[in-house]
Design a protein around this ligand. Structure first.
Ligand code: 16G
Length: 245
């Protein structure tokens, strides 16, 4: 962070010049994931730029996910996530997907309880009057990195005891002879709101993928309605296409 090379006259706005400099340092490995950046006032002193200019550059990099700000402790280079390729044509669980890759699985439970269903749960699960719904809400992590927020709803007739789900929902369903064999999945783009972004350790507003899965038993009965938010920077979804008949 030296004052050299900032071109007050040309080369675009000063904050952009600083932004590019920091981004280059990260890309070239001179700043590594987890490294902390000097305080705003120190960066201003080092570069000879104003604090407003420094703040603008830092904010832009936070919005891009290059830097992260932790309340009370400063600004850091964001952990880089390795993108995971996920096949879209196989009905697998998060636990199975990670095990296949030799990765660990950790879930942070947000809630696990029975509720009165919301209208979309009644529709998706085909619930009757008076039926209750089991809601499982958790942040799915692997090798310490938060990857997705999952909100699963199942009829209380399928899962009367939501607290019984420990590491894997599908493993428990399998034990009970209720493993889904078919699912319909919809994927759409979403910018992550402040709360969800915080849960996923990314900056608010960054790109995410909303995935809705409705899965079925061999009998055709719906077993699960799950709404998830996946980090856009962590996943590539892949599917094989065949020539239309
Ligand atoms: C996957 C599924 C989710 C399912 C979960 C069970 C998507 C995109 N994927 O994450 O529907 O509930 O696996 O995982 O929704 P588990 O058996 O590890 O609990």
């Amino acid at each position: 962070f030296s004052p050299d090379g900032f071109d007050v006259a040309g080369s675009g706005p000063l904050y952009l010049q600083l932004q590019r400099r920091i981004a280059d340092a990260v890309a070239e490995g001179r700043l590594a994931p987890g490294d902390s950046l000097p305080a705003e006032r120190d960066m201003a002193a080092m570069t000879g730029l104003s604090r407003v200019t420094v703040r603008k550059a830092v904010q832009a990099l936070v919005a891009q996910g290059v830097l992260v700000q932790k309340r009370g402790s400063g600004t850091f280079v964001a952990a880089r996530v390795e993108r995971l390729e996920q096949a879209l044509s196989l009905l697998t669980s998060f636990t199975e997907d990670m095990a296949r890759r030799g990765r660990s699985v950790e879930s942070v439970w947000l809630s696990r309880a029975l509720h009165a269903p919301a209208p979309e749960e009644v529709m998706a699960l085909g619930l009757g009057a008076g039926d209750r719904v089991a809601r499982l809400e958790r942040v799915r992590r692997s090798d310490g990195v938060p990857l997705a927020i999952e909100r699963a709803s199942l009829s209380a007739q399928v899962l009367p005891d939501p607290m019984a789900v420990e590491a894997s929902l599908y493993a428990l369903l399998e034990e009970r002879g209720l493993r889904p064999v078919r699912a319909v999945q919809r994927i759409s783009a979403a910018n992550l709101g402040a709360k969800d972004a915080d849960l996923l350790g990314v900056a608010p507003g960054v790109a995410g993928l909303r995935i809705e899965r409705v899965s079925y038993l061999p009998s055709g009965r719906v077993v699960e309605f799950t709404r998830s938010l996946y980090r856009g920077d962590a996943y590539d979804f892949a599917v094989e296409l065949k020539l239309a008949p």
